[in-house]
Design a protein around this ligand. Structure first.
Ligand code: ADP
Ligand code: ZN
Length: 605
């Protein structure tokens, strides 16, 4: 926008503002009554309070109604009032100046608002802090509880401890307990991180300050750091309390070495301010900082040091059980038709996040309402699911035909390996619709949640993972990088099988644990075994992988007609579910039988 345009825009907004504000003022002037009415109210003792100003009276009558009236000659009514026992206040008339100032209010508001708005335009979310550029206001106790967050059982003990330390900070410190200071919630968008932070505040009934990481950095240069200080000062004054920083990666990304642009400088200043504030608490100030991110990998390691965000809680996309629980939470607010099976719905929406499930329930209710139903039916959920899935799918780019073919064979390779091998989880869905980073997916859902795995199960997992690349090789005779993630996972399983589970033939049941590679990239410098053992482990892992590779290649070559059939079905339909895959499998088996029949007959002849 050029300066002239901006100026014009401000003028226009100002004009609209003044007009709007005056309309607003007019509308909020208490109910104006006539002079006669006023005198009548006065005489019949129906007035509780009175305020005189210039030629006006304002007041409240016994039914708590506010009124105002214009009095042509004020002194003349004074004797009337004097006889009653009404509290009267009066004010000198400075109408001219006050009136002018009043009409200028919107001009200031709009100019200020425009400046702030223009800085914040880019940041979304966090409507809570928007516009309150200089002061932070907590949501005092959010009245959400852990019951509003479904499927958090794993993190629960840790979270309960945090709630306890907020509720009884003194008890914690006298016992010498260590009060957590920073908690990092990490997980994909929509998995309920914000919800959980609010629930912690609700459970402990403490104030909750919320701000988005990007709100800090998209302000004027230098403002981010001072906002951080301001926020902490405010929070300390109201301790115990919670500060929630959403998308902390916006300020907490790794500090750059060289290419510091202006905005980076700003970000680093903000991050430094945050670190300083986190280190500078007195022991009697219980302020817990909860931060959320879906990119823990890019966070500056300084943030994760002891005394800062040293508690990390990972929240993943919900599994079937989790989805069912989330459905339970959200369907409480709507009327379900009788006989609706929430487990069935949960099974049909793999990959949905909590937010998407909330959206699903809402959409389904809307659809049912539009059809004037008395309760939300399964068909409404199905329709809503299609609508939402479509939205998720459309977000991705269109991919070219070659990639589509390769992906179809790749996924078919995974699926067929899983189908043909024993001791595997059933395939519930195969898709070549890209989602996120992945071009396609093959989904297997365990019949029940497994906690122990047999050797065969693990070996077959490796084979299934390799099946993707092997199918590509068999059909196109080349390798793509699309399989790199599969290879990483397969290698990881193989290596755990050898050194952790003690399941390899040559090493046997001995666990040679690596010092765990941290989620955030620790190192494996210390190995508690000799170089010779290390070589043996590597050799065993390699052997295992190679063996899996060979056997899977053989399997897929032998059944390559099945591979072609399934890949064709995928190219046509884009997704194939478990049942449809069974049908393709049956066709394949039948054709094979017929072929063998003919072969045998020819032999006989
Ligand atoms: P995030 O902060 O991880 O992006 P939010 O907390 O903003 O996710 O989640 C958005 C909405 O999705 C929540 O307000 C809630 O309605 C729903 N939701 C997400 N996860 C859950 C869950 N585990 N249980 C219940 N509702 C959830
Ligand atoms: Zn794959």
């Amino acid at each position: 926008m050029s300066q002239i345009q901006t100026g014009l825009l401000i003028l226009l907004l100002t004009f609209l503002g003044v007009v709007g504000y005056n309309v607003y003022l007019h509308e909020t002037t208490p109910n104006e009554i006539s002079y006669t009415e006023f005198v009548e109210l006065l005489q019949t003792d129906k007035i509780i309070t009175l305020h005189l100003k210039g030629g006006f009276v304002k007041g409240e009558d016994i039914s708590m109604r506010e009124f105002s009236s214009f009095i042509p000659d004020v002194p003349s009514i004074l004797p009337l009032i004097a006889g009653k026992s009404i509290p009267v206040t009066a004010e000198k008339d400075v109408e001219n100046l006050a009136g002018f100032m009043q009409s200028m209010v919107p001009v200031f508001l709009i100019l200020g608002g425009y400046l702030i708005f223009s800085r914040m335009q880019k940041s979304d979310k966090s409507g809570f802090t928007r516009g309150k550029s200089s002061s932070f206001h907590p949501i005092t106790s959010t009245n959400l509880t852990f019951n509003d967050v479904a499927g958090i059982s794993e993190a629960r003990t840790e979270l309960v401890e945090i709630v306890e330390s907020l509720k009884h900070p003194d008890k914690f410190s006298t016992l010498g307990g260590y009060i957590p200071k920073g908690v990092l919630l990490q997980g994909p968008p929509g998995t309920g991180k914000t919800l959980l932070a609010k629930a912690i505040a609700g459970e402990a009934s403490v104030p909750f300050y919320s701000i988005g990481g990007s709100d800090f950095v998209e302000m004027f240069v230098g403002v981010g750091a001072s906002r951080v200080r301001e926020l902490f000062t405010e929070a300390k004054r109201n301790s115990p309390c919670i500060i929630f920083i959403d998308e902390i990666d916006a300020i907490g990304g790794k500090r750059s070495g060289g290419n510091a642009s202006g905005s980076n400088d700003e970000r680093e200043q903000t991050l430094n301010a945050l670190l300083v504030e986190m280190d500078g608490f007195d022991s009697n100030q219980t302020v817990i900082i909860i931060a959320a991110t879906n990119r823990p990998d890019i966070l500056d390691p300084a943030l994760l040091r002891p005394g800062r965000f040293d508690r990390q809680v990972t929240i993943s996309l919900p599994d079937v059980k989790g989805r069912r629980k989330i459905l339970e939470v959200h369907t409480k607010k709507i009327i379900l038709a009788r006989g609706i099976n929430l487990s069935e719905i949960a099974r049909a929406i793999p990959g949905f996040s909590g937010a998407e499930i909330a959206n699903l329930v809402n959409e389904a209710a809307l659809l049912a309402a539009r059809k004037n139903k008395n309760g939300v039916e399964l068909s409404d959920f199905e329709e809503a699911k299609d609508k939402i899935s479509l939205g998720l799918e459309r977000k991705n780019l269109v991919i070219n035909e070659k990639d589509r073919r390769v992906t179809a064979y790749h996924e078919a390779g995974h699926a067929i390996t899983a189908k043909l091998l024993p001791e595997t989880d059933p395939v519930t869905k195969i898709s070549i619709i890209p989602r996120g980073q992945a071009l396609g997916l093959t989904q297997q859902v365990p019949l029940d949640d497994r906690y122990t795995y047999s050797r065969e199960y693990l070996i077959n997992r490796i084979k299934i993972l390799m099946g993707g690349r092997i199918a590509e090789e068999i059909v196109f005779n080349h390798q793509t990088t699309g399989a790199s993630n599969d290879i990483v996972t397969a290698t990881a399983i193989a290596s755990r099988l050898v050194c952790e589970f003690g399941m390899s033939t040559n090493i046997g049941p001995i666990a040679y644990m690596h010092e765990q590679d941290g989620f955030l990239g620790g190192n494996t410098a210390t190995k508690p075994y000799s170089e010779k053992t290390a070589q043996l482990i590597d050799a065993e892992t390699k052997k295992l992988i190679e063996q899996c590779y060979e056997e899977t290649t053989e399997l897929l070559t032998q059944h390559n007609k099945f591979l072609h059939k399934l890949a064709e079905a995928l190219l046509v339909n884009e997704t194939v579910d478990g049942e449809e895959m069974d049908i393709v499998h049956h066709c394949y088996i039948n054709e094979k039988k017929i072929e063998e029949n003919f072969k045998n007959k020819r032999k006989e002849v």
